[in-house]
Design a protein around this ligand. Structure first.
Ligand SMILES: Cc1cc2nc3c(=O)[nH]c(=O)nc-3n(C[C@H](O)[C@H](O)[C@H](O)COP(=O)(O)OP(=O)(O)OC[C@H]3O[C@@H](n4cnc5c(N)ncnc54)[C@H](O)[C@@H]3O)c2cc1C
Length: 355
C-alpha cells in the first residue's frame, strides 16, 4: 500500500487550512501528503465568522466585513464599534474551492475517501476527526441559521447583531444572531447554549420564522440557504499517540466560552508549518491555560445560572469593545482580563470556583 510523509485525516476547515498553509509555504515540494475526506462533494455548509485580530490566508473568501455591532437584552441595546478588529464572515464554499484548486496543482498531494486505502504506519498524522462521547452532562452551542432574501431594502448592512437575547429563553441560554450581508440579504441564526438533552429547543424553523416575522417584522422574504450545527463546549477526548497531532475541533481549537474556532485553526496551522521539520518534538500548541481556566468558570456559571447570562454578556460588552474582542479572541493582556473580570457578578463567579 502507498505510504506518505504526512496524512491529514478530515479535509474540513482545519485539514484544508493546514494543507494550504504547508503548500503555499513550499513545505510539500519534497514531501508527500494524503488527505482523507469521505464527503462526496464540497459545497457551502458553514459560515465562519470572527473578529480579525490576526492575519489569515483567506481574505479573498470573506463575504463581508463589519465595523459596527450591537448586543441586546429586553429593552436595552448597546451599539459598539470594531474598527480596529473588523468582524468577518468567510463563505465556506469559496474557501473549499480556493484550497482544493490550489492543492490539486501539486502531484505530491493525494486525496482518499478512507484511511484504510493507504498505509499510515510510517506517516505523521494530523487528525481533525474529534472523538466525542454522547454525554448529556456536556454543554454545546447548537444553532440553525437561514440566509433570507428580501425584494426591497430591509437590512442595515453597516451593523451586525451579535446577540439578541430578547427572545424565549426556556430556562436555558438562547439568542439570535443576525449578519446582514446586504440591504436585501442576511444570515439569521437561532443559537442555544445548553446540554442538548432538551429536544424542545430544536424547533429551529419555528423559532426563526417567529423571530423574522414577528420580531424583525419582515413578512416578505425567501430562504436561500440554511446551515445547522453544534459546537462542543468541552474538549474532545482524542487519545495521545506518537506521530499524531489533533487539529481543529479535535485539537482543542474552540474557545469554549464562545465557540469561536476558525482563527485559532489558522494560528495552529501556522505554528505547525513553522515547526514542520521537527513536528514530532515541537511543543503542543494550545489555547492558553488562562483562557481555559476562565472559560471553565464562565461555563459553570452558565450551567448553574442560565437566567443570569443575558445580563452577564450585556455587561461584558460594557467594557471597551477593543478589550472584549481581544479577550474573546485570546489576545488580551492581564489588565484587559481584569477589566472584563471586574464586570462579572463577583459572588456568582467566586462561588463557581467551588462547584
Ligand atoms: C455550522 C457551523 C458554523 C460554525 N461557525 C463558526 C463561526 O462562525 N466562527 C468560528 O470561529 N467557528 C465556527 N464554527 C466552529 C468551527 O470553526 C467549525 O466547526 C470548523 O469547521 C471546525 O473545523 P474542523 O476541521 O475541526 O472540523 P470540520 O470542518 O467539521 O472538518 C472535519 C472533516 O472531517 C471529515 N470526516 C468526518 N469523519 C471522518 C473520518 N472518519 N475520516 C476522515 N474524515 C472524516 C468531515 O467530513 C469533515 O470534512 C462553526 C461550526 C459549525 C458546525
Amino acid at each position: 500500500m502507498k505510504e506518505f510523509d504526512y496524512i491529514i485525516v478530515g479535509g474540513g476547515c482545519a485539514g484544508l487550512s493546514l494543507a494550504y498553509e504547508l503548500e503555499i509555504n513550499e513545505k510539500l515540494k519534497n514531501k508527500t501528503l494524503a488527505i482523507i475526506e469521505p464527503r462526496a462533494e464540497y459545497k457551502k455548509d458553514k459560515t465562519w465568522s470572527f473578529w480579525k485580530v490576526a492575519a489569515h490566508n483567506f481574505d479573498d473568501c470573506v463575504k463581508k466585513n463589519w465595523k459596527n455591532f450591537s448586543i441586546n437584552i429586553p429593552k436595552k441595546t448597546n451599539h459598539l464599534e470594531c474598527n480596529i478588529y473588523p468582524y468577518q464572515s468567510i463563505d465556506s464554499g469559496l474557501f473549499y474551492k480556493k484550497v482544493n484548486s490550489k492543492l490539486k496543482e501539486n502531484n505530491n498531494i493525494s486525496f482518499f475517501k478512507d484511511i484504510s486505502e493507504i498505509s499510515s504506519k510510517n506517516s505523521f498524522v494530523f487528525n481533525s476527526v474529534p472523538s466525542i462521547k454522547k454525554d448529556h452532562r456536556n454543554l454545546w452551542q447548537h444553532f440553525c441559521g437561514v440566509e433570507v432574501e428580501t425584494k426591497n431594502d430591509f437590512f442595515d448592512d453597516e451593523i451586525f447583531n451579535l446577540m439578541d437575547f430578547d427572545c424565549d429563553q426556556r430556562e436555558s441560554v438562547h439568542f439570535f444572531y443576525t449578519l446582514p450581508y446586504s440591504k436585501t440579504t442576511a444570515l439569521i441564526e437561532t443559537t442555544w447554549l445548553s446540554k442538548m438533552n432538551d429536544e424542545s429547543q430544536k424547533d429551529y424553523d419555528t423559532q426563526i420564522k417567529d423571530y423574522v416575522e414577528n420580531h424583525l417584522n419582515l413578512k416578505d422574504y425567501k430562504i436561500i440557504y440554511k446551515e445547522e450545527g453544534a459546537i462542543p463546549l468541552f474538549y474532545p477526548t482524542n487519545e495521545k499517540v506518537r506521530n499524531k497531532i489533533n487539529i481543529g475541533t479535535a485539537g482543542g481549537m474552540t474557545r469554549l466560552s464562545t465557540g469561536y474556532t476558525f482563527l485559532n485553526i489558522q494560528e495552529h496551522s501556522r505554528y505547525i508549518r513553522e515547526n514542520i521539520e521537527n513536528i514530532a518534538h515541537a511543543k503542543k500548541y494550545k489555547i492558553s491555560n488562562k483562557y481555559q481556566f476562565l472559560d471553565e468558570i464562565f461555563l459553570r456559571v452558565l450551567e448553574k445560572h442560565p437566567e443570569k447570562m443575558p445580563e452577564i454578556f450585556f455587561k461584558m460588552f460594557k467594557a471597551s469593545p477593543k478589550t472584549v474582542i481581544k479577550f474573546l479572541s485570546n489576545k488580551s493582556n492581564f489588565f484587559e482580563d481584569l477589566s472584563i473580570i471586574f464586570r462579572m457578578p463577583k459572588l456568582t463567579f467566586i462561588k463557581a470556583l467551588f462547584y
